[in-house]
Design a binder for this molecule. Structure first.
Ligand code: ITT
Length: 188
């Protein structure tokens, strides 16, 4: 079922977030799976938790209460192995405070990391989440001009950072989690 907003726009479900980059990537990815995404720009309250799934489910419930339409939210984290998984669930805060330069300064030798995405869907009947991750390494310097951690994250098997990759949306943590979500969405 498509829900109409305003005169011309229609979408299958909403993506609630304060981050336009995340929405734009999710929209492209879901278009590919035949799902039309609308943007519900908002600042949702984030609970403090070590679990991205708990944070995401809390955000999607809140979003559904506000917009009353089928909605997904996404919670991501960059987990750097030699830093005990830091910044993990605090990735948004750490990006705003120390940023990519701060992360590079913290790292000496071991640079293994993974990007995790949790997509949480909420409607009248369901609250369900889908998690995926992408292994990679942290570059030695900032490479490229992408948003967030894109200029320092090099996915496994690649020589380029996310910021330099043309096919980010076909391999990313976000793509993998949204693929799981859309398989469920069409079966439900
Ligand atoms: P919400 O309003 O949707 O919560 P947010 O920006 O706070 O937006 P998250 O907590 O999910 O989003 O994401 C944590 C941070 O991780 C995010 O602010 C970015 O800095 C970074 N990030 C997530 N996915 C990324 C990607 O694909 N490329 C680069 N950085 C990414």
């Amino acid at each position: 079922m498509r829900v109409g907003v305003g005169m011309q726009q229609s979408f299958d479900l909403l993506f609630a977030s304060s981050n336009l980059h995340k929405f734009q990537e999710a929209k492209k990815i879901l278009e590919h799976f035949g799902i039309k995404l609308g943007f519900y720009k908002c600042n949702l309250e984030e609970i403090q938790s070590n679990s991205l799934k708990e944070i995401a489910n809390h955000k999607s419930k809140q979003a559904f209460q506000n917009c009353k339409k089928p909605v997904i939210v996404e919670d991501d984290g960059l987990f750097i192995e030699s830093l005990g998984g830091f910044p993990g669930p605090y990735s948004s805060y750490v990006f705003k405070t120390i940023g990519n330069k701060g992360i590079l300064n913290l790292l000496k030798q071991k640079r293994k990391a993974k990007f995790v995405s949790v997509i949480s869907f909420c409607d009248k009947r369901n609250i369900i989440s889908f998690e995926s991750y992408l292994d990679g390494t942290i570059s030695k310097k900032i490479i490229g001009k992408g948003w967030g951690y894109d200029p320092i994250f090099i996915p496994f098997k690649s020589k380029l950072t996310f910021a330099k990759l043309k096919d980010k949306n076909e391999i990313s943590h976000r793509y993998k989690a949204l693929k799981k979500f859309s398989n469920w969405y069409f079966d439900k």
